[in-house]
Design a protein around this ligand. Structure first.
Ligand SMILES: [Zn+2]
Length: 366
């Protein structure tokens, strides 16, 4: 009996130990997310219940579950909160991976990080149809639910009426100051990623130049429009219409029909700027984008004032999201405009590289 217990303990430690993290590519900082068994009535965490922990980067994840039912098939999902009260059978999920638990109720799942909702759940594999992205059974007492939300750099939200949005964060990180851009090689990663959604008409935009760095309206508007023209020149499709006057009351992140550029505060630390891009799941077309530059940083022209966050650099990156491009995180791709990290002084994203242009032309034509 003692021997058996020891054997079980060693197995559990193995699943939880450093070896479990070998699959992670440390392109960015790893984050951790905890899942717990919860009371399906009160949604309180059950003391001494089953639990799990997921360690993830923008590219990969490793999940270890403990105290689960033995010899049971589990699937790890990203779950999107519905916009309003809807039956569980309509809720959207994305499957991350699956495993059959061991005799002692441990599960180990690892794989590629896939964009989805901000919640991660471990559910019975019999209760989810990964093909359609829907739950087909509902046994919450058998699941693990999120303790904290996923904070990776892009996640999908359901806003109702068939409108979903991507939220893209550009983070303060690994980009070196004025890093040299390499010529595109013929081998290695593609260095672009498409949202799978694009505009079918030319959208107008509006710029709110209010900022806390004393920058003039002329500088803000002129700089953002330089970034706009940089992308507009990459395809024959007219990507940008006229600049509209700024309405008195509009906000970042609200699906109000205005493609809105502004300065403000995004609550997550280390986020330089954020773009939310809404699309219609019926037509698959983009319907709006909002870009916000985080005032935690000092903005300006880094070629004139050293040490500032370069507005043209970050605006060019964010506009790519508004037109349907996703972030790229592989380190060999750190020369492209859609690379998901930047820092003060970086101006390398002002100009487009071959993968950025190729991606835009895949969406809108040459
Ligand atoms: Zn980005």
């Amino acid at each position: 009996m003692t021997l058996l217990m020891t054997g079980t303990a060693v197995l559990a430690m193995k699943a939880n130990g450093p070896a479990a993290f070998n699959g992670l590519n440390h392109a960015g900082q790893a984050a951790q997310l905890y899942l717990y068994e919860k009371d399906p009535v009160t949604w309180e965490v059950i003391d001494s219940g089953a639990w799990g922990k997921m360690t993830y980067t923008e590219e990969n994840f490793v999940f270890n579950g403990h105290g689960l039912e033995p010899k049971t098939e589990y699937t790890l999902i990203r779950y999107m909160d519905p916009a309003e009260e809807e039956p569980w059978s309509t809720h959207s999920v994305v499957c991350l991976g699956e495993d059959t638990s061991s005799r002692d109720g441990a599960a180990h799942i690892m794989g590629e990080m896939i964009t989805g909702g901000q919640k991660v759940w471990l559910v019975l594999s019999d209760d989810v149809d990964c093909g359609t992205g829907k739950m087909i059974g509902w046994n919450p007492s058998e699941y693990l639910f999120e303790y904290n939300l996923i904070t990776d750099a892009s996640y999908i939200t359901n806003h109702g009426n068939g409108i979903y949005s991507y939220t893209h964060l550009i983070k303060d990180g690994e980009a070196k100051q004025n890093q040299a851009k390499k010529a595109s090689g013929t081998s290695g990663p593609a260095c672009y990623k498409l949202m799978g959604h694009a505009w079918d008409y030319t959208p107008y935009y509006t710029i709110n130049p209010t900022n806390s760095d004393g920058l003039t309206e002329e500088f803000i508007v002129g700089t953002i429009e330089t970034s706009i023209q940089t992308w507009d020149a990459s395809t024959s499709f007219p990507l940008f219409g006229s600049r509209l006057p700024t309405p008195k009351v509009i906000s970042w992140g609200v699906n109000d029909g205005h493609n809105y550029y502004s300065f403000g505060d995004y609550p997550t630390d280390g986020v330089i700027a954020v773009c939310r891009t809404w699309y219609n799941t019926g037509t698959d077309y983009i319907v709006e984008y909002d870009i916000m530059f985080d005032e935690d940083f000092t903005w300006g022209d880094a070629t004139v004032t050293s040490g500032v966050m370069d507005l043209q650099n970050i605006a060019t990156h964010e506009i790519g999201h508004g037109m349907g491009l996703l972030d790229v995180y592989q380190r060999p791709c750190n020369y492209v405009t859609m690379y998901g990290y930047s820092t003060e002084g970086d101006t390398a994203k002002r100009t487009l590289e071959t993968p950025d242009i190729l991606a835009m032309q895949l969406n809108y034509g040459v």
